[in-house]
Design a protein around this ligand. Structure first.
Ligand code: NAP
Length: 316
């Protein structure tokens, strides 16, 4: 498996790439596209004055705009990288300004709601092909991005029925150039898969950190002092961007509630095993779950180092 981005293309894949919402994901796309010469010019668009100033200081783009409709002029590829709740209004604003043959995509962690909010605003002369790179960190903003974020990570592309085959392949090739493996799904299936692999785990982390914060019998300093017992790993996830995650839950309601229903039933079963001293039941489940972690490591999606590679030096 490659551990670095490939060499620079002799000719860019896209003439002009416009990235709207230039935070962790948007700036990582820009950095990776620059590193591989995947775009001739990179246009950044962000509504935040602070983000635009930082993009300029870090020299991450060839043009910087506040207004999406200005930023998409002449673009071959437009990627919406804002929180998902903002995508519909942006699609409406850019629709009339898209050039013929432009590909419009996004990186939203939810697909069904983004398709509903955006598809009708993208004119027939352009190609709307949503996608979701399953890669990220708990940090936000243009400083948080890095060129290798997508390396060996999956990017799920959800082309609408009847989408232009060449445009879909061009977008997939772009993500492969950024180091991703590409998989195709329907938006509904994407939303169910991500509800179990990402959305509900985030909700559990937000909940357990909130519960610890509300506890009266255990002090905050005790929670912090003894956090290495497991709590610390939840706090990383629960430190994720509040706007992004508010929008994920508001926009993937059905799938999250479906998985949460299953989760609550399974949690009740565990509660019962503990109450009735069913050690065999607990042991069986914990053995099964250990095997899942092994499969994730074997597939290259996680480091085999103990404790996520923390204290690696101390262990040597
Ligand atoms: P981020 O670092 O907060 O960046 C988003 C940027 O978009 C911010 O600079 C934000 O400015 C700006 N923005 C918000 N509304 C806008 C609008 N209407 N017009 C222009 N700019 C706007 O967030 P991110 O982590 O890159 O996430 C972006 C998208 O990627 C989300 O849809 C998320 O679901 C998806 N995603 C995230 C991850 C992850 O792990 N973070 C992974 C995969 C996919 P303000 O902050 O000032 O509002």
């Amino acid at each position: 498996m490659p551990d670095r981005l490939g060499p620079r293309f002799a000719e860019p894949m896209f003439g002009k790439l416009t990235i709207i919402g230039f935070g962790l994901i948007g700036s990582s796309i820009a950095r990776a596209a620059r590193a591989r010469n995947a775009a001739g010019a990179i246009v950044a668009c962000d509504h935040s004055d602070e983000a635009r100033a930082r993009i300029g200081q870090l020299n991450l783009a060839d043009e910087i705009h506040a207004l999406p409709e200005k930023a998409v002029a002449g673009a071959d590829l437009v990627i919406l990288c804002t929180p998902v709740g903002a995508c519909g209004a942006i699609a409406e604003a850019i629709g009339p300004h898209l050039q013929s043959g432009a590909i419009v995509s996004d990186v939203g962690s939810v697909k069904g709601a983004v398709v509903s909010a955006c598809a009708s605003h993208i004119p027939a002369r352009a190609h709307f092909i949503p996608a979701h790179p399953v890669a990220g960190t708990e940090q936000s903003g243009p400083d948080a991005g890095f060129a290798t974020l997508f390396l060996n990570r999956w990017c799920i592309v959800t082309p609408p029925e009847g989408a232009d085959v060449d445009a879909v392949e061009k977008l997939a090739a772009f993500w492969r150039a950024l180091g991703s493996n590409v998989e195709f799904m329907t938006p509904a299936h994407h939303d169910l898969v991500l509800a179990i692999t990402s959305h509900v785990p985030h909700l559990i982390a937000y909940n357990i950190v909130g519960t610890a914060d509300d506890l009266e019998q255990v002090t905050e300093s005790e929670v912090i002092k003894f956090s290495a017992g497991g709590f610390r790993d939840f706090t990383r996830i629960a430190a994720s961007d509040p706007t992004m995650w508010r929008d994920v839950f508001l926009n993937n309601k059905d799938a999250v509630l479906e998985i949460l229903g299953r989760f609550t039933e399974d949690l009740s079963a565990l509660q019962r095993m503990i109450r009735w001293g069913d050690g065999e039941g607990l042991f069986k489940l914990f053995t099964r779950t250990r095997a899942i972690r092994r499969s994730i490591i074997e597939s290259g999606q996680e480091s085999p180092a103990p404790n996520f590679g923390r204290n690696a030096k101390a262990d040597e």
